[in-house]
Design a protein around this ligand. Structure first.
Ligand code: ADP
Ligand code: MG
Length: 696
C-alpha cells in the first residue's frame, strides 16, 4: 500500500510541475506557450527541454527513450533507442537532443494503412504532442507522439483526435463569442470508466481460446451466473484487493487519476474509473491504463481480460466515455446555468449535440464497431446498436416545452418561460437512472456507453468532437448573421429540437419494443460491424470529416479497409481456434470418456451378466449423437469459413463472416456446450466457466 499518495502521484511523469522545477524560467515560459496555445516549439527551446528531460529520466533509472504512438491497430507502439552516444575515446555519454525529442522516424511500412500502401509506404515520422506528458515505463522515457506519413496523412489515432479537438475549439469559441465571451481555448474533456474481468493465470493459460482470441469460444453455463446480483459492490476478494492496490499504485505513478474501483455485476468483473481530463490526455492515459492492467495482473498470477464479451451469458465489458466541453477558464459548457442567459447558452450546446447525434447515428455506431463489441451491443446488458439520447425527465420536459412553444411546467407545477425565467436546477442523481441508453445526459456531461472495453477511445472521441464541431459551425454561421440575436437563438433552438426530437428516448433501450419504435422513427439499427462500416464512406460523412479537416478522404478510405479487414481477421482467428479446439480438445475428451464408460459397462456385464447399465448406456448414446453432430457442425463451419475468405471485396468478406460464419460458429458451440457437462470432471477438455469465474 502506498504510504504517501501525493508524493508518489505522477512521480514517473515529466509533468508541468517537474518542467517548472527543472527548466530555466525562459524555457518553461516558451514551453508553456506551446502547451497553452499550441504554438510550435522552437528547436533551441526543444534542446533545453530534451536535456532536462533526459537528466530527469536517467535519475529515475531510464536508459532508453521511445516515441510512444498509437497506430491504427488500436494499441500503442514504441521503438526504443538508448541515450548512449559513442565518443572517440571508446566511451559513451548519455545524450538526447531537441531534434530527437520533437521528431522520430519509425518504419511505417509494417503498420496498417488500408488500401493506400503506395502512398502510405515506407516512412512516416512521429512528432511530440507536448500537451500529453512524457513518462517513464520500465527504463524507457516514453514521449507521446503523433504519427504521420511524409505526405502528411495521419497514420495514427492521435493526429485526427487533435484535429477534431481543434475544430471543436474553433467553433465553440465562435458560439461563446455570440454570448459575449472571449475565451482563449475550449477543449473537450473525457473520463473513461473501464470495465474488465480478472481470472487466474494458470486456468487462463489452459484455454487456447482465451489465449488466442481473448474470449471463451466454448463453455457450458455455470450452475451459478450473475442472477444473484451478489457481486456488484460486494466486498472484494483478497487477491483482487492486492491487485487493485498494485494497479492504483502503478497508475498513480504514471499520473493517472484512478479514483473509483468496484466489482461489476458479473462474477470476476470489475471497474476502474479515473477522474476526467482533457481528451487527448485521457486517451493516452486510457491506453496506458489498459497496458498496466494486463501487466499488473500477470505480476499477481492473474490475467486481465479486456475483451468486450469474454463469457457468453454474462455481462460484457464496456467503457463509459463521459464527455463534455470546457473553457480554459474552467466553465463546463454542459453545466445548466443559473441565469436565463447561461441557460440559453447551455440549451444551444445541448441542441447542437442532439442534432449532431441524430444526423450522425451511423458515425457514432461506426466509431465503436468491432468484432468484440458486436457481441455486446444489443445483448441486453449493454446499450442497443440503435443510437439514441437520454435526457432525464426534467430536461426532457424543458425541451418538449421548447419544441411545442409552450411554457415549461416544472415538477412543482410552476410555470416558467424559457429564456426569461431560470430553469430548474437539474439534480445530477436523478439523471443517471437509465443505464440502457447509449448516450445519456448525466447532469453536466454526456456518457457515451457504447464504447467497447478494449477499444481505443481515440476514435469515438474524434467522431464526437467532429460531429459536434460540425453543428456548432452551422449554428454559428446562422447566428452570427442574425440582426436580433435573442430572437434568432430562440427560433433556432425550437426549430432544431423539433427537427431532431426522434433521437430523444428516455425509455428502456433493452426492450424489444424499442426496436420497433426506433424503426418507426427512422432511426438506424446497424447490427454488425460490416453493416455499420458500410456507411462510413457515404457522401455526408466524407463531407463532414474533410470539411472540418479531421480526416482526408484518403485517410477515410484507409480506415474503411482497415476496419473491415480487422473484423475479418478477428473472426478468422476465432474460427481457426474453434476448429482446433474441437478436433484437439473437445472430441478427444469425449472419446476418452466414451471409451472409459464403455469399458465400465463391459466390465460390469462380465461380472454381473444381467446388469442393465442403463445410466451408462444413456450417457454413451447421448454422447454418440452429440459427437457426430459436433463433427458435422465443424465441417459446416469449415465450409462457411472457406467460402467467406473467397467472398471478394473487404466488405463482402466481412459480411460473409457476419452473416454465415458467425451463425455456424454459434451452432458448433451449442453442441460442444452440451457435451461438456456430460463428461466426468477429470475428462474435461479445459477449465470450465465455473473454474474461471469462481476460482480466483
Ligand atoms: P458515476 O457515473 O459513477 O455516477 P460520476 O458521474 O461522478 O460517476 O463520474 C463518472 C466519470 O465521469 C468519472 O470518470 C468523472 O471524472 C467523469 N466526469 C465528471 N465530470 C466530467 C466532465 N465535465 N467531463 C468529462 N468527464 C467527466
Ligand atoms: Mg457513470
Amino acid at each position: 500500500m502506498t504510504a504517501n499518495v501525493p508524493e508518489v502521484f505522477g512521480s514517473l511523469v515529466f509533468n508541468q510541475k517537474t518542467m517548472k522545477d527543472r527548466l530555466p524560467k525562459e524555457t518553461f515560459k516558451a514551453l508553456k506557450k506551446t502547451l497553452d496555445d499550441g504554438a510550435p516549439l522552437p528547436l533551441d527551446v526543444a534542446n533545453v527541454v530534451a536535456h532536462a528531460m533526459k537528466e530527469w529520466a536517467i535519475e529515475k533509472g531510464a536508459t532508453h527513450y521511445t516515441h510512444w504512438f498509437q497506430p491504427l491497430t488500436g494499441i500503442t507502439a514504441e521503438k526504443h533507442d538508448s541515450f548512449i552516444n559513442p565518443q572517440d575515446d571508446g566511451t559513451v555519454i548519455m545524450s538526447f537532443s531537441g531534434k530527437e525529442l520533437v521528431k522520430g522516424e519509425p518504419d511505417a511500412s509494417s503498420f496498417p494503412s488500408g488500401g493506400h500502401r503506395a502512398t502510405f509506404e515506407a516512412r512516416g515520422y512521429t512528432v511530440w504532442d507536448p500537451t500529453s506528458y512524457p513518462f517513464i515505463k520500465e527504463h524507457t522515457l516514453c514521449i507521446p507522439t503523433a504519427f504521420c506519413s511524409y505526405t502528411g496523412e495521419a497514420l495514427d489515432k492521435k493526429t485526427p483526435l487533435l484535429r477534431s479537438m481543434e475544430a471543436l475549439d474553433k467553433q465553440a469559441k465562435r458560439i461563446l463569442k455570440l454570448f459575449g465571451k472571449e475565451v482563449s481555448h475550449v477543449a473537450t474533456t473525457v473520463g473513461p470508466e473501464q470495465e474488465y474481468f480478472i481470472v487466474d493465470h494458470k486456468l487462463y493459460s489452459e484455454r487456447k481460446d482465451l489465449r488466442m482470441t481473448g474470449r471463451t469460444l466454448f463453455g457450458a453455463k455455470p450452475s451459478k451466473g450473475q442472477e444473484m446480483d451478489d457481486q456488484y459492490f460486494a466486498a472484494l476478494n483478497p487477491r483482487i484487493v492486492e491487485y487493485m492496490e498494485d494497479l492504483n499504485d502503478t497508475l498513480w505513478k504514471y499520473g493517472v487519476l484512478s479514483k473509483t474501483e468496484h466489482n461489476e455485476v458479473a462474477p470476476a468483473q470489475h471497474e476502474m474509473a479515473p477522474i476526467f481530463s482533457t481528451t487527448n490526455l485521457s486517451v493516452d492515459q486510457n491506453q496506458l491504463t489498459m497496458e498496466v492492467m494486463k501487466k499488473v495482473a500477470k505480476r499477481h498470477g492473474l490475467e486481465c481480460l479486456l475483451h468486450e464479451k469474454p463469457f457468453a451469458g454474462l455481462n460484457g465489458s464496456g467503457k463509459h466515455n463521459n464527455w463534455s466541453m470546457s473553457t480554459n477558464e474552467g466553465e463546463n459548457l454542459l453545466e445548466p446555468g443559473k441565469t436565463p442567459e447561461s441557460n440559453a447558452q447551455f440549451l444551444l450546446f445541448l441542441t447542437a449535440i442532439l442534432k449532431a447525434v441524430d444526423e450522425n447515428q451511423d458515425l457514432l455506431r461506426i466509431s465503436v464497431a468491432s468484432a468484440g463489441n458486436d457481441h455486446r451491443l444489443g445483448a441486453n446488458e449493454a446499450p442497443p446498436a440503435i443510437i439514441s439520447v437520454y435526457l432525464g425527465d426534467e430536461l426532457y420536459a424543458v425541451l418538449e416545452a421548447i419544441k411545442d412553444g409552450k411554457p415549461y411546467t416544472s415538477d412543482k407545477n410552476e410555470k416558467m418561460t424559457i429564456g426569461v425565467d431560470v430553469l430548474p436546477s437539474i439534480p445530477k442523481d436523478s439523471t443517471d437512472r437509465n443505464r440502457t441508453s447509449p448516450f445519456a445526459f448525466t447532469g453536466n456531461k454526456f456518457e457515451f456507453r457504447s464504447v467497447g472495453s478494449s477499444l481505443s477511445i481515440a476514435g469515438p472521441n474524434t467522431t464526437l468532437d467532429a460531429i459536434v464541431a460540425d453543428v456548432l459551425k452551422i449554428f454559428a454561421d446562422e447566428l452570427e448573421g442574425a440582426s436580433d440575436f435573442e430572437k434568432a437563438l430562440n427560433a433556432l433552438i425550437a426549430r432544431e429540437v423539433k427537427a431532431h426530437w426522434r433521437i430523444v428516448f428516455n425509455g428502456n433501450g433493452y426492450d424489444e419494443s424499442w426496436k420497433v419504435e426506433a424503426k418507426k422513427r427512422g432511426l438506424l439499427e446497424l447490427k454488425t460491424t460490416p453493416d455499420a462500416v458500410e456507411h462510413y464512406l457515404d457522401a455526408k460523412n466524407v463531407k463532414l470529416f474533410t470539411e472540418l479537416g479531421v480526416y482526408t478522404k484518403q485517410e477515410m478510405e484507409s480506415h474503411y479497409e482497415i476496419k473491415l479487414e480487422k473484423y475479418a481477421q478477428v473472426l478468422n482467428i476465432e474460427v481457426n481456434t474453434m476448429l482446433e479446439m474441437i478436433s484437439k480438445d473437445i472430441l478427444p475428451a469425449a472419446y476418452k470418456y466414451i471409451s472409459a464408460v464403455s469399458k465400465t459397462v463391459s466390465e460390469l456385464k462380465s461380472v454381473v451378466p444381467g446388469a442393465k447399465a442403463s445410466a451408462e448406456t444413456k450417457v454413451l448414446s447421448e454422447l454418440d449423437v452429440l459427437v457426430d453432430e459436433l463433427s458435422e457442425k465443424a465441417e459446416l463451419l469449415e465450409k462457411a469459413h472457406e467460402k467467406a475468405e473467397k467472398a471478394g471485396s473487404a466488405l463482402a468478406v466481412a459480411k460473409a463472416y457476419a452473416d454465415t460464419v458467425k451463425p455456424a460458429m454459434e451452432e458448433a458451440r451449442a453442441v460442444a456446450d452440451k457435451i461438456e457437462p456430460l463428461l466426468g470432471e477429470e475428462y474435461k477438455p479445459f477449465p470450465s466457466y465455473e473454474d474461471l469465474l469462481f476460482r480466483v
